[in-house]
Ligand binder design. Structure first.
Ligand SMILES: C[S@@+](CC[C@H](N)C(=O)[O-])C[C@H]1O[C@@H](n2cnc3c(N)ncnc32)[C@H](O)[C@@H]1O
Length: 513
């Protein structure tokens, strides 16, 4: 097979300035998003980059610029250490002192590269003439970041190539010639042309085509398509949405903050659906006073809606004992706790992980919430979780998280179909425990952040059938804000990023008869 090799190119100039990261210049806000007016963005292309050295003549070789170095560190940590990008990247940005547009560029490179990984790898394999898995991991990650810049950003091609070769020089010095050749091959087509070359025809293999075109594993595309009734147009819109940067939503805690005032305070706008939602205008919530003071928390609007639906469902009889059976890290417990405070109720928040139980305690400080660190399946085994005791119960079950791929860029490649059997077993056991915990006439909301029908409809129907506890389905649609579109035929509700701008939360509400 022919193709570039990773032998060092003989013509490769030596490094004159070392290979560490280069601190951004004061003018970096101008770069590197656009090739404005045909002029290369500053710092990404300065002709003979960085001027000449004191020995005269030869331009000094620049080291890697900090945003790309940060992105490389984050992507490498995800692949090398199984790190989570949303946790590791902020630490890297902090360590490197990156903020503002440099931090935004590093974030774009990291998240974009991880989201598009499957298709980038297919392209790199083709361009390199060998399976990308056979490329040295550090060089492979640098190439992925370079290919992402070439195909999905407005960074000029020569800047994307030269900065990636700089990066390769610092992480795999013997492979600069190889990297240069591979990236030039990648740059020979745009993203659409690569898809046309590599994806199976949409007519004969629509799932395979969408998987390459929108960079999702095939089994996930198939699961989304099934959950959307086989509508490939909608499936495509969902896949596109999954590749977008998600907005940050705040939840203005009822009784503690007014969403309109909070929106003014943080420079956001009130949400479209949840009565508590505020959309942040941009950037990270950082040190917002409202968060520090417990008046609000960060929470996807869909999560707010499903928690609120449980609280809103009509209930006969007592209504003071609420239970959250899977509470960590405490987003829904924070909202339910604030609602419980307004209604004279008390929430018991159960979490099996000690660390996450601590997070729930922090998230619900000052609210009428009792945190119980135990396995939610132990209902009936002790005093803390008595049978037939609670009026409203939430089971926000552990799941594949396929509904929030926008927020966890690496997760689509990490998740496997083999994750489903153990998760669905746990989901059924937790729902069965919730049905035991609720009193006759009481309500159970089963929620997942996944639209996979095996985790949603199959789990709920199987669990309800096998539990031996008599239940009726409550139509969940009227429990969501009036006029909310796209809620389907009921009685369950599936929210979608492309329809509602929320994570793909599923909600089933059951009443114990
Ligand atoms: C989807 S998350 C819940 C998110 C949470 N409701 C929120 O809004 O922040 C599922 C949680 O269930 C916890 N969990 C897993 N198995 C459990 C069990 N057997 N009993 C109780 N909690 C469990 C996980 O540790 C995880 O924190």
């Amino acid at each position: 097979m022919t193709g570039p090799t990773d032998r060092p190119a003989r013509s490769e100039p030596r490094s004159d300035q070392g290979t560490g990261p280069r601190r951004p210049s004061g003018e970096r806000p101008d770069r590197p998003y656009a090739d404005r007016g045909g002029r290369p963005a500053r710092g990404d292309d300065r002709g003979p980059r960085g001027g000449t050295d004191r020995r005269g003549g030869r331009p000094p070789r620049p080291a890697v610029d900090l945003p790309r170095h940060a992105a490389y560190e984050a992507v490498a940590a995800v692949h090398r250490d199984d790190a989570y990008a949303n946790l590791v990247l902020p630490a890297i940005l902090r360590d490197l002192g990156l903020f503002g547009r440099d931090a935004a560029f590093a974030t774009e490179l990291t998240y974009g590269t991880l989201r598009h990984l499957g298709t980038l790898d297919a392209i790199l394999s083709d361009a390199a003439g060998r399976d990308v898995q056979r490329i040295d991991p550090p060089v492979r990650d640098a190439l992925r970041i370079g290919a992402y810049q070439l195909l999905h950003t407005r960074v000029p091609a020569h800047a994307a190539v030269s900065s990636t070769v700089d990066l390769v020089r610092s992480v795999g010095p013997g492979a600069t010639g190889f990297a240069n050749a591979v990236l030039r091959e990648v740059a020979g087509r745009d993203a659409d042309a690569w898809v046309a070359k590599l994806a199976p025809p949409v007519e004969t293999d629509p799932i395979g085509h969408l998987a390459v075109a929108y960079s999702h594993p095939q089994w996930i595309v198939r699961a989304f398509s099934e959950a959307l009734g086989g509508d490939l147009g909608e499936t495509t819109r969902l896949l596109i949405e999954d590749n977008e940067r998600p907005p940050v939503h705040l939840c203005a805690r009822p009784g503690l903050a007014d969403p309109v005032e909070l929106a003014d305070e943080v420079g956001g706008v009130p949400g479209a659906f949840s009565p508590y939602a505020v959309y942040l205008g941009g950037g990270a919530p950082g040190d917002l006073a409202a968060l520090a003071e417990g008046r609000a928390h960060v929470q996807d609007e869909g999560s707010q809606l499903v928690a609120d639906a449980l609280a809103a469902a009509p209930l006969d009889g007592p209504d003071g004992r609420w239970l959250d059976l899977c509470a960590g890290p405490g987003g829904k417990a924070g909202l339910l706790g604030a609602l419980a405070a307004q209604r004279g109720a008390r929430l018991t928040a159960v979490e099996v992980s000690e660390h996450r139980a601590r997070l729930v305690s922090q998230a619900t400080r000052g609210l009428p919430v009792t945190v119980v660190h135990t396995d939610g399946r132990t209902v009936g085994a002790g005093e803390k979780l008595p049978e037939g005791y609670f009026d409203r119960v939430l089971v926000d079950a552990p799941c594949t998280g396929l509904g929030s791929l926008r927020r966890r860029p690496e997760s689509r490649w990490r998740r496997q179909p083999s994750d489903l059997p153990p998760l669905t077993r746990l989901q059924r056991e937790l729902l069965a425990a919730a049905l035991k915990a609720v009193r006759p006439g009481g309500l159970v909301a089963y929620v997942t952040c996944s639209p996979h029908t095996v985790e949603t409809h199959v789990t709920v129907t199987e669990s309800a059938r096998r539990s031996g506890v008599p239940v009726d389905f409550v139509d969940a649609r009227p429990l969501l804000p009036a006029g909310m579109p796209g809620l389907g035929d009921g009685p369950t509700v599936q929210l979608w990023p492309h329809r509602h701008g929320t994570d793909a939360m599923f909600l089933a509400v059951l009443r114990r008869t």
